[in-house]
Ligand binder design. Structure first.
Ligand code: HEM
Length: 511
């Protein structure tokens, strides 16, 4: 009896699956049949290509693009994703068709975090977006404000150099990311909130503890949504932890409001300072920004501006540990500048114009290891033709900047770390040359690109000038593991360990 019951169940299940597949096929034909969609791997019913996408998506898409071409369809459940993998197609996406492709798809988590796109990162392209973007361009990221905040950056890099110096010992390998991440954290909280939550002895104050917990809770919540996120009609089986999201949002708002109030009181007594929180508070009325938007913008800057810079420097140092000749050449240039500007000081941002090779090293690291290899996802708000294919309204569009900057048809020896290529040809990195797009391009180009680049170059300049970098004892330079960790931002899968040796007089290592 039991056996025949299972048989009936199986028959029913097959029938349901067959009907579902037939219905989906009919819907597919109805919706997409008349369109010339970009080619791509054959999708399965319900899940599309989800089962075949490797954890390192940008690498998997780069391989698939070899077969299907630079404009490719990938189905995540029933949602069409178009992946762009050539400089020409990127130009079309980010320049010619930019306006129609400048919105964002909202996952359930992003919708909760951003209060349905009331911030900048997750806002759809429209009047709200244009307004907050204007605030960024005209107010937050002006050269004047970046100049005013220079002392913060330089101070935080000095703190990092001093703590690294204290850990140096012959043959002792240190975890490089630990220093870079601490620096990036203190730097961004000071720029955005005007706060250093960590004292000189490394002790985190109660607000800092709360701040770090909010960040790590946010990451956990974001990571808790997996496959069903892509298949809307299966989401009911995996309900969102609504209470946890609400609690997280409330904690974040409460801490931010306390900090905002502190700044309000300080401004009333002593005038506004240059931190982003001061700027946004004083502009709130002029631009008609809701409190939710101010909080959203502050957190956007924290999330987008923290890891990206630390990641870039870690990859750059890893490449330089693997290539001692290139490291020596960069150090020679830095030594030369010090001869000119005087022995009694370390390099500053003012010296960048005399350091073309250092700038080339930073660019080459960002070319080979863009921290956000698929940029952030864009969404089509109308039907668009791209490279002769139809991209229907609602499709998600990714630009694989990782694949483009390793494209052998545009880069000589694309996999080789060779900064000289940027000395031979001055290639823009901030969105004007579609061969090199670590910051994106067009309407949604990273508003923090100049700040990010300054940070990366300054960290690299000080770390290279003041220290020599070598592999841990017994490890050959070429065997440093350069594998990426899956995620929206790509850390090294195995954080870099290096032996760090001071190169300058000890007086130059104090804060
Ligand atoms: C090396 C450092 C950085 C890299 C490589 C980087 C890269 C990017 C990329 C690729 C995008 C997405 C562009 C797109 O969707 O088309 C982006 C967006 C963004 N970045 Fe950066 N970024 C860096 C540093 C920063 C910093 C320091 C900040 C702020 C303090 C920042 C704030 C933002 C914001 C707010 C957005 C969203 C822009 C929008 O949606 O309109 N980034 N960034």
């Amino acid at each position: 009896m039991a056996g025949s019951g299972r048989g009936v169940f199986n028959e029913n299940a097959y029938t349901v699956v067959a009907i579902a597949a037939a219905v989906m096929f009919a819907i597919y034909k109805l919706m997409w049949g008349s369109l010339r969609l970009p080619p791509g791997p054959r999708p399965w019913p319900v899940v599309g290509n989800l089962m075949h996408i490797a954890p390192l998506r940008f690498k998997c898409f780069m391989e698939w693009a070899q077969t299907y071409g630079p404009v490719m369809s990938v189905w995540m459940g029933p949602t069409l994703n178009v992946v762009i993998s050539s400089a020409d197609a990127a130009r079309e996406m980010l320049k010619e068709k930019d306006q129609a492709l400048s919105s964002r798809p909202l996952s359930r988590a992003a919708a909760r975090f951003s209060r349905n796109g009331q911030d900048l990162i997750w806002a759809d392209y429209g009047p709200h977006y244009v307004k907050v973007r204007k605030v960024c361009t005209l107010e937050l990221f002006t050269s004047k404000r970046l100049e005013c905040l220079k002392s913060v950056r330089e101070d935080e890099v000095s703190v990092m150099v001093a703590s690294l110096y204290n850990e140096c010992a012959p043959h002792k390998a240190v975890n490089v990311k630990r220093f870079l991440s601490a620096m990036a954290f203190n730097n961004i909280t000071r720029i955005v909130f005007g706060k250093r939550f960590v004292d000189d002895a490394g002790k985190v104050d109660p607000q800092g503890v709360e701040f770090k917990e909010i960040i790590s809770q946010g990451m956990k919540l974001g990571a808790s949504l997996k496959m069903p996120e892509h298949i809307p009609y299966l989401r009911w089986m995996f309900p969102l932890q609504e209470e946890e999201f609400a609690k997280h949002g409330a904690r974040r708002d409460s801490l931010t409001k306390t900090i905002m109030e502190e700044h309000r009181l300080h401004s009333e007594k002593h005038g506004a300072r240059h931190h982003f929180v001061d700027a946004l508070l004083s502009l709130q009325k002029q631009y008609n920004l809701s409190e939710t938007t101010v909080i959203g913008l502050l957190w956007d800057m924290i999330t987008a501006g923290m890891d990206t810079t630390a990641i870039s420097v870690e990859w750059a140092i890893a490449e330089l540990v693997r290539s001692p000749d290139i490291q020596a050449k960069a150090q020679q240039e830095l030594d030369q500048v010090r001869l000119v500007v005087g022995q009694g000081r370390v390099v500053t941002e003012q010296d960048f114009s005399k350091l073309p090779y250092l700038q080339a090293v930073a660019k080459e690291a960002l070319r080979l290891h863009p921290p956000t290899p698929l940029m952030l996802p864009h969404k089509a708000t109308e039907n668009v033709k791209l490279a002769g294919y139809d991209i229907p309204k609602g499709a998600i569009v990714h630009c694989n900047v990782y694949a483009i900057s390793r494209d052998a048809t545009i880069w000589k020896e694309p996999l080789k770390f060779r900064p000289e290529r940027f000395v031979e040809e001055d290639i823009d990195i901030k969105g004007h040359d579609y061969r090199l797009l670590p910051f994106g391009a067009g309407r949604r180009v990273c508003p923090g690109a100049q700040l990010g680049l300054n940070m990366v170059q300054l960290m690299l300049a000080r770390l290279l000038h003041q220290f020599s970098w070598a592999p841990p004892p017994g490890v050959a330079p070429e065997s440093i593991d350069m594998t990426e960790r899956p995620g929206v931002v790509t850390f090294m899968a195995n954080p870099l360990e290096a032996v760090v040796t001071p190169r300058l007089p000890s007086s130059l290592y104090t804060r």
